[in-house]
Ligand binder design. Structure first.
Ligand code: 6PG
Length: 235
């Protein structure tokens, strides 16, 4: 696996404190924050809205919000990642620098091409948040899926599906080349349902999340997910 592992009592709290600190650091320019979907992400963003609220030193009006993956459903659909991000974070922290939903309508492939045009001018992605699925996926990079084989470094976003039909909906997702543009990737892994996938990644299994590369990768893992997996030494 790539990156360092931090065993934490609360993944949402550790995530919120890490991200709020990164956002509050003095910087000359804007901050590109790529967010995830899923129930762990929901809890992380609820906590981030609290930790990163007024007085935290976070200037949300210079933070540009992007997504790492999205379901191809309308923005008001209950399964929309952007809807979850808006409800848990954007509607609570006030105006952000910019907000870039990944899917509104139309074909997945055209939506992916549109998003490629949105993010390819960025010099780097300051922070990319990734969850871990019980099958070892991250973003919408599912086992045995087409997107795993997209290695052209210029292709940052693709349409994808889960061939094993575990994860619903057509998807848009960052590719490994897209994720590799991150200055920092933060994985959040919480709950016993992730124990097998996390243990597999630590032991070298070629699960989709294990292939992620970036300048720096941090895994925030709680005890339920870590189980008795021997953790790699701090990188
Ligand atoms: C999605 C997510 C996905 C998620 C993991 C973990 O759109 O579903 O981006 O990659 O992060 O499946 O989700 P849970 O935290 O709900 O287990």
């Amino acid at each position: 696996m790539n990156g360092s592992v931090e065993l934490v009592p609360s993944v949402p709290d550790a995530f919120a404190r890490l991200v709020a600190a990164a956002l509050a650091e003095p910087r000359p320019d804007r901050f590109s924050l790529f967010l995830s979907g899923g129930s762990t992400a929901r809890q992380c963003y609820q906590r981030l809205a609290q930790v990163g609220s007024a007085g935290s030193g976070v200037s949300w009006d210079t933070v540009d919000i992007y997504l790492g993956d999205e379901r191809c459903v309308p923005v008001d659909h209950p399964d929309s990642n952007h809807r979850m991000i808006a409800e848990t974070l954007l509607d609570r922290v006030g105006p952000v620098g910019s907000d870039h939903p990944m899917y509104r309508s139309g074909s997945p492939s055209s939506a992916a091409a549109d998003y490629q045009a949105v993010i390819s001018p960025l010099p780097a992605f300051d922070l990319v948040h990734l969850g871990l699925g019980p099958d070892g996926h991250c973003a919408s990079l599912f086992p045995d899926s087409h997107a795993l084989g997209v290695v052209d470094p210029s292709i940052l976003v693709v349409a994808n599906q889960d061939p094993n039909a575990v994860n619903p909906h057509d998807r848009i997702t960052l590719t490994y080349s897209g994720i590799a543009r991150a200055r920092l990737v933060v994985f959040t892994v919480s709950g016993a349902s992730k124990r097998e996938a996390f243990a597999g990644i630590v032991s070298g299994s070629d699960l989709p999340a294990a292939r992620v590369t970036a300048d720096r990768i941090v895994w925030l893992v709680d005890g339920d997910a870590a189980g008795d997996t021997p953790l790699p030494p701090e990188a």
